[in-house]
Design a binder for this molecule. Structure first.
Ligand SMILES: [Zn+2]
Length: 444
């Protein structure tokens, strides 16, 4: 009896043990900005990359990488995962907090399907997003790695002052809210610094420059990183000088002055690109056909596609956001390219909830004049740097978490080749894309 139980326990452990993996004879872009290396073998032991070389000895399951390209898994450094709130996203008073994990799971599966192995949720219902993060960390769900901010910090009636937000009027309130927020160990706090409301909307109150600096410095003293919503250059300058860790957007309300571009580049502040946020809201007015993109059809429920093309499109026209974004997008693209040329750290971020927006973001980055080769690092290692975890993941280097994307075509030749996915590997395990809970797999 005792033996049999021991055998059962051993069998259980054997089942739980991670199989090793080898990708043989592949062309590698490691994500660090190093040039391609052909004929490389990448060996994974457990959840880590253990060896990379032309004569590395294979382990475990072998994937033939002949004619294929290996890059790190993609990261979206600015999303808001559905399932934590309901109601009109542009009207904080209509928002309600919910914890709807099944809703979120569909999107998480969608992200994996399109090659995303890590996301940063840049403000949400904290009870929801940190529960999802725990599920992922404990291996209870099939999901990209989840990093989260929890609730945003703003002022009463200020930008993004929905039900999940900390709405603070003075430093005593701010300190109390921070102490409360930090208990949940947000990967990065999110703060709003914008007095212009949502673009075409009337101006709103905002944090004072001094309060902002106090919040960031207090968070830093507790070991917490912080990111900030800004859209105007003046706010961007204030937050960088106050010591914020990252920006949730590039400047988009104007063509930035050289002084701002130089400051952001010199400080090496990671900046989430979010061009598809502006791009999709601008574009939906004249051309909502991007909702018919095969990746949208594969990962987004048909009723959401329909809403995107009809009611949501109408809402963006009625509230003035579509015409406004049309004016702002060229500024954002030009500033993004100039930041890149000056040596700033750009991290791919969409500020969308639809997983395929990651590929639209790559297209907009390319349209801005950034090379497809540079996009590899922007979409991988720089995302990990955004959340301060680039020591652990974001590149294909020994010792790092084995999060990788195998592609059928050369991503440095064309950003559209990031879509040609042969395999998605997260934590050393190949994701079974045909088993993900997405519309494409239900239509079979
Ligand atoms: Zn956002």
């Amino acid at each position: 009896m005792r033996f049999r139980m021991l055998a059962a326990v051993t069998a259980l452990w054997a089942g739980a043990a991670q199989a090793d993996l080898t990708i043989k004879n592949v062309t590698l872009y490691d994500g660090t900005g190093a040039p391609a290396r052909a004929g490389v073998t990448v060996v994974v032991k457990g959840d880590r990359i253990s060896e990379i070389g032309t004569d590395a000895k294979t382990r475990g399951k072998v994937i033939d990488g002949t004619g294929k390209y290996l890059i790190p898994g993609l990261m979206d450094a600015h999303i808001h995962l559905p399932g934590g709130q309901t109601g009109n996203v542009n009207n904080p008073s209509e928002r309600r907090l919910v914890v709807d994990k099944p809703v979120g799971m569909k999107y998480l599966h969608g992200y994996l399907y399109v090659g995303v192995t890590a996301i940063y949720d840049s403000s949400n219902n904290p009870d929801y997003i940190f529960a999802m993060r725990e599920d992922e960390q404990k291996g209870r769900i099939v999901s990209p790695r989840i990093f989260g901010a929890g609730g945003i910090i703003t002022v009463p009636n200020g930008y993004a002052s929905g039900p999940a937000a900390s709405k603070v009027e003075n430093w005593e309130q701010a300190k109390a809210e921070l102490d409360k927020r930090l208990v949940a160990k947000p990967d990065m706090l999110k703060i709003a610094m914008d007095r212009q409301g949502i673009l075409a909307q009337p101006a709103v109150p905002g944090l004072s420059n001094d309060m902002f600096a106090q919040i960031v410095q207090y968070a830093a003293s507790k070991g917490a990183r912080s990111t900030v919503h800004i859209a105007a250059e003046a706010d961007g300058e204030v937050v960088i000088n106050a010591g914020v860790s990252a920006l949730a957007h590039p400047v988009w309300r104007s063509i930035a002055n050289d002084s701002f571009i130089k400051l952001a580049a010199a400080k090496k502040i990671p900046i989430a690109t979010t061009l598809s946020y502006l791009g999709n809201i601008a574009r939906v007015q004249d051309d909502p056909t991007f909702w018919d993109d095969p990746l949208y059809r594969a990962t987004i429920e048909p009723d959401e596609v329909e809403r995107g093309k009809t009611t949501e499109r109408q809402r963006y026209q009625d509230n003035g956001m579509s015409p406004m974004m049309k004016l702002m997008l060229p500024h954002a693209m030009r500033n993004t390219k100039r930041l890149h040329d000056a040596g700033a750290v750009l991290a791919l971020g969409t500020d969308r909830t639809q997983p395929p927006a990651v590929h639209q973001e790559l297209e907009l980055l390319a349209k801005s004049g950034i090379s497809a080769f540079d996009c590899i690092r922007i979409a991988t290692l720089n995302g990990a740097a955004y959340v301060g975890r680039d020591k652990y993941f974001g590149s294909v280097e020994t010792g790092k978490w084995a999060d990788m994307l195998l592609l059928d075509a050369d991503p440095a030749a064309d950003v559209l080749n990031f879509r040609k996915i042969a395999a998605v590997i997260k934590g050393g395990k190949e994701i079974n894309r045909s088993k993900l809970d997405i519309p494409a797999n239900r239509r079979k």
